[in-house]
Ligand binder design. Structure first.
Ligand code: SF4
Length: 360
């Protein structure tokens, strides 16, 4: 089992059936659906794309139409999960315009996902880590990524601005529990979004994760300001630190993923692919039961492929998704952190290049 490529954009190359269909200009069923279970959160992280104001969660940029205080209709969702499985979707990521574990029907939803043979993972702020312990033996539960973003309680509090009694030390304690005697194919990861208030703790965060025997850490960059200038003071030295730590620590037991470098590259450079094929492989279902291209486009009408409140998923794929993709253009998109996947897909779905028999 190769754990060190868990976040590689090259993973799509293992799905030769889907790639072959795309090469023949045929449509494919997405492999992953990423689902917002709600738009409610018990934290208010400073760099979150869905910042809270006095009216509740209120997103910024493209996501500014996100409905506030919304819980996905779990009854409808469970019916959709069955349809996803029937059509050939293979995995579900639970995340949110908020904290997914705050959905009161969380248990019913994940049991339905597993019952229909779909694999699932979750991105969470960690405040309900203890509640994940009961799913540890569910073989379809494949990974959890806890947004920690700090190595000390003080910085964690400053950045996450929690509204309930959960504290940093409790999350660390529960992470240890989750990590204990776990299955080989179940990965526990931590994430750290580099920001002006936590860059001093990047090194100690990596050390803490290693000490906790976490499988992987994912270091990325705050995107809420939409530019790199805000990170100027610490960007280069942080990249250096991450690359040195990778050289020192990376192994099958502990992997550091540097997402800062590709993200800063994508913010600064023009897209060098012509269309979004990422959305063929992965789609986002909002808490409003509408389908969107990706996390950037969630809740934005220009990035909405269709509505699954009344529509059957099979019909949606055949009609709404097809129609949307025919007219959608990436000129609408912000710098995109799925560019790596899109570049690979553009290359592999085009005709073979000249002299393809010559290698090297
Ligand atoms: S932002 Fe990226 S993933 Fe989203 S639609 Fe545009 S190219 Fe696709």
């Amino acid at each position: 089992m190769r754990k060190k490529d868990a976040y590689s954009s090259l993973k799509i190359l293992h799905d030769l059936n889907r790639i072959d269909r795309l090469r023949k200009n045929k449509s494919i069923v997405p492999k992953t659906i990423r689902i917002d279970l709600n738009t409610i959160c018990n934290h208010n992280c400073k760099f979150c794309l869905y910042q809270e104001n006095k009216n509740g969660l209120s997103s910024i940029g493209l996501n500014e139409n996100m409905p506030k205080g919304k819980l996905i209709d779990s009854e409808k969702l469970c019916k959709l999960i069955k349809q996803f499985s029937k059509e050939g979707v293979e995995s579900i990521v639970l995340l949110g315009g908020g904290e997914p574990m705050l959905h009161p029907d969380f248990e019913k939803i994940v049991k339905t996902i597993s019952k229909h043979g779909l694999e699932w993972g979750i991105i969470t702020n960690g405040s309900r880590t203890k509640d994940l312990l009961k799913y540890k033996n569910d073989k379809n539960f494949k990974w959890v990524r806890v947004s920690l973003d700090a190595s000390t309680s003080a910085t964690w509090k400053k950045i996450h601005r929690p509204k309930d009694a959960v504290n940093f030390n409790r999350i660390i304690k529960e992470l240890k529990e989750l990590n204990k005697n776990k299955r080989e194919d179940f990965l526990v990861g931590l994430s750290f979004v580099l920001y002006k208030d936590n860059y001093n703790e990047l090194g100690s965060f990596i050390d803490l994760s290693k000490k906790l025997k976490i499988d992987n850490v994912r270091i990325s960059l705050d995107y809420s300001g939409g530019s790199l200038s805000q990170h100027k003071k610490y960007l280069d030295k942080s990249i250096k630190l991450v690359n040195e730590a990778k050289r020192k620590y990376n192994s099958e037991k502990f992997t550091i993923f540097n997402k800062i470098s590709p993200r800063s590259h994508d913010i600064e450079t023009k897209k060098n692919y012509s269309k979004c094929r990422f959305m063929d492989f992965s789609l986002n279902l909002g808490a409003d039961l509408c389908v969107y291209t990706c996390c950037f486009g969630k809740y934005s009408p220009a990035f909405k492929l269709g509505d699954l409140k009344e529509t059957d998923f099979k019909f949606f794929l055949k009609k709404d998704a097809k129609k949307f993709k025919e007219k959608f253009t990436i000129d609408l998109c912000p710098p995109c952190w799925y560019s790596g996947t899109n570049r690979v897909l553009e290359y592999i779905t085009q005709k073979e290049p000249i002299h393809s028999k010559f290698i090297g």
